[in-house]
Design a protein around this ligand. Sequence first.
Ligand SMILES: Cc1ncc(COP(=O)(O)O)c(C=O)c1O
Length: 294
Amino acid sequence: MATSTHKLSAHQVSGPIGYLNGTFAELKDLHVSVLDRGFLYGDGCYEVIPAYSKKPFLLEPHLDRLVKNLAKIRIPLTHSLEEITGIISELLALSTSEFNYIYLQYTRGTYPTREHVFPAVIQPSLFAYAMPFTPPTLETSSRGLKAITAKDIRWDRCDIKSVSLLGNILLRQQSQDLNADETILLRDGYVTEASVSNVFIVKSETILTPPLSYQLLPGITRGLVIELAKEQGILCQETPITEAQLKDADEIWVTSSTKEIMPISTLNGENVGTFPKKPVWERLFKAYQARKNA
Ligand SMILES: Cc1ncc(COP(=O)(O)O)c(C=O)c1O
């Protein structure tokens, strides 16, 4: 059972605040053992939860996904959900910003020797922090993001929000190297997701997104977009998307907790469909903002 003992008061704070195994401190003052399996192996999983006006958005599905991911990788949940929620509230209370994202990470913990096999007895490590961020606006999002496509070189369990992100990092860097903002991934000719987000396309006013599988993250934003599309009476199909369909789309969007719903302006340097017109995106963007403000 976790103890959250060492607390800070808001006036002691000048930089982003973190929590590590019972201690709240400025991020720069938190240190983890070199023997932590998160450090040695990327043996853990994480969540990123946006918080607007210091209130976490969609906290329940994020915590639900964390619990499911921990079970998938056999790390015991050593805090109750109330304790985790309490840590998040404390981090938000200490933040100097109204808008933050919460990073929450469980690793398998620290053990005296480095061995692949899980140690029989090991205490998981919980790390979290609140980081100020600027939520997208209609104006900033409308400009769109540039995307490229690349072969999805990652492993076969991309449904797990693992901290082992080397594949995603290398793929995201490919777009960065070409002055683009995101890399849309193709496996055997089909879209899976993007390096840091899920993918949607619009064709003839129907929204399409790849179905859930081991090959993509069940994004919390993806789930909400599907729900909002239904509410808006827009047909939304979870169906495989070919590379040809992606290239022929009227609109392409990527979704994530911090990007929300972002339209893609160019794909591999070519203008996407009807961009800068993106009427379906605009409806969903507004519905998303309304849900945030509700
Ligand atoms: C690979 C990948 N897919 C999808 C997402 C979107 O997930 P969510 O909407 O839960 O933030 C992310 C977010 O970080 C991601 O890294």
